[in-house]
Design a protein around this ligand. Structure first.
Ligand code: SF4
Length: 472
């Protein structure tokens, strides 16, 4: 099947022409479809469509075909069901995060789009969440009947008056914003977790709470965010689409807002195969971009995704991630643009160990004016030694570590100190790039070193007066 898929992408131009010709003939078939009735037409078209598209595209019969916008590469073949561009876990050689033997569907899509003559942006159009009720149905019958695309749900709610919170104000301030990632605990007692958060008091603008990072189970990020908010910190609640469907996620983010959490980072999430419970069932009902659109709709239109009205809309400040360091490099800008269009106003990048790549990415960001529409926080961090860094480079999909950096830390007499020096050097270099709006620190259970780097790099001084507003 994979070989057939690759063949289809190689012949995307011809296949799309065939599709367009058939689409032009479609109105001639409409009387026949009407004669058969909807059910009869479905009964005839479905097996034919399944056989032809199954053979050519490995079609999963999602019922809402987007092939002509994705270079004739079916996005439903993505293990995470990404319909709005690639995830950040693509491997350096273009391999899929989940199945490294298979090339990322979105790399295929971009190749196909180029062959057809579409721009990368056109090849990565913004799509709404999939209507699972249409699964198994024919996509041809609605085309033959010239049915309009699915309508947007009614948006009848009362929008809120938006008041910027501490993180949003920091993003608007023009100074470098600093955020840090904290893993929620494996404990029902939050005391140790709060002690870890206290490392960053007065050093950061907000603290990210990871949501089952790497597919591993920890305290829920919504609970951890609420605990931090109640203790005077400014949390960023990370929400991944791997573990919950749209009903559960909307309930969770509304609950988070009720508990004083307003900053939400929307992610698709690492696959379960990367974690400690690979037997778990991945959900991926939404992707990061469609989740952003839903959260924005809850805030701005005061409705759930269904259009049902909220009694009191949440006041979210929305963010997303981008990974400039892995393929498809050109597609990453389209991906960022989609996320900004969907409502993201702060963006956190994957670990930046390669300033040159970040520079190239930011050049493209500035060309499209995206740095004026969102605050881009470069991901930085440190690891204790060359072995840990090497392991990360090899095992963590989506992380790119240049060989020179690995060698430099490997040669050092004190790898920990060298690693810290390297992180500070990267921060100073990134500070010079126009459009970088701040830094997002990452490093599993490495709080004290990260706090030292924040101070030693000059981003913040110890003992700074606490921010006036806390929580949320
Ligand atoms: S987008 Fe949907 S209908 Fe089109 S080929 Fe893929 S699974 Fe089939």
């Amino acid at each position: 099947m994979y070989a057939a898929r690759r063949w289809s992408v190689r012949h995307a131009r011809g296949l799309r022409s065939v599709y367009q010709t058939l689409a032009r003939l479609a109105p001639w078939l409409a009387p026949l479809v009407r004669l058969l009735g909807r059910a009869g037409a479905e009964a005839v078209a479905r097996p034919v469509e399944r056989a032809i598209k199954g053979f050519l595209f490995d079609c999963r019969m999602c019922g809402e075909c987007v092939l002509s916008g994705t270079g004739m590469a079916c996005p439903m073949n993505c293990a995470k069901q990404m319909r709005n561009g690639p995830c950040g876990g693509v491997r350096a050689d273009g391999g899929c995060e989940v199945d490294p033997q298979v090339r990322c569907v979105w790399l295929e899509a971009m190749d196909g789009a180029k062959r057809i003559g579409l721009s990368v942006k056109e090849g990565g159009a913004l799509l709404r969440p999939l209507d699972h009720a249409r699964e198994g149905r024919s996509s041809w019958v609605p085309v033959i009947l010239s049915e309009p695309p699915r309508a947007e749900p009614p948006r009848g709610g009362a929008p809120i008056t938006h008041e910027p919170g501490p993180l949003e104000r920091a993003c608007q301030s023009g100074r470098f914003v600093v955020t840090v990632e904290l893993a929620p605990p494996d404990s029902a007692d939050p005391a140790g977790f709060l002690a870890r958060a206290d490392h960053f008091e007065n050093l950061v603008d907000a603290i990210n709470l990871t949501d089952g990072a790497g597919g591993n189970c920890h305290m829920s990020s919504v609970a951890a965010s609420a605990i931090l908010a109640a203790n005077g910190h400014t949390p960023i609640y990370q929400v991944v689409c791997r573990d919950r469907n749209r009903i559960a996620i909307q309930g969770d983010i509304l609950g988070a807002a009720a508990l004083g959490v307003r900053n939400i980072l929307c992610l698709t999430g690492d696959d379960v195969s990367q974690g400690d419970q690979p037997q778990a069932k991945p959900v991926f009902d939404l992707d990061a971009t469609t989740l952003l659109g839903i959260a924005r709709g809850m805030r701005d239109a005061g409705t759930f995704a269904s259009g049902r009205r909220l009694e009191h809309a949440p006041d979210f400040f929305l963010g997303a991630t981008v990974n400039p360091f892995v393929p498809p490099h050109a597609g990453r800008i389209a991906n960022l643009e989609n996320k900004v269009a969907a409502g993201a106003r702060f963006i956190q990048t994957q670990f930046c160990f390669d300033v040159g790549r970040m520079e190239a990415f930011m050049r493209a960001v500035r060309e499209r004016g995206l740095h004026r529409r969102c605050t881009i926080l470069a991901g930085v961090g440190t690891l204790g030694n060359a072995k840990a860094l090497q392991r990360m480079a090899e095992k963590v999909p989506g992380v790119h570590v240049p060989r020179e950096l690995l060698e430099r830390i490997g040669r050092a007499a004190d790898p920990r100190a060298e690693s810290k020096r390297a992180a500070i050097g990267i921060i100073r270099a990134l500070s010079q790039i126009e459009g970088v709006g701040g830094f997002h620190f990452m490093g599993h259970r490495n709080e004290s070193t990260l706090a030292e780097i924040i101070v030693e790099s000059g981003l913040r001084r110890c003992g700074r007066a606490p921010a006036a507003a806390t929580g949320g």
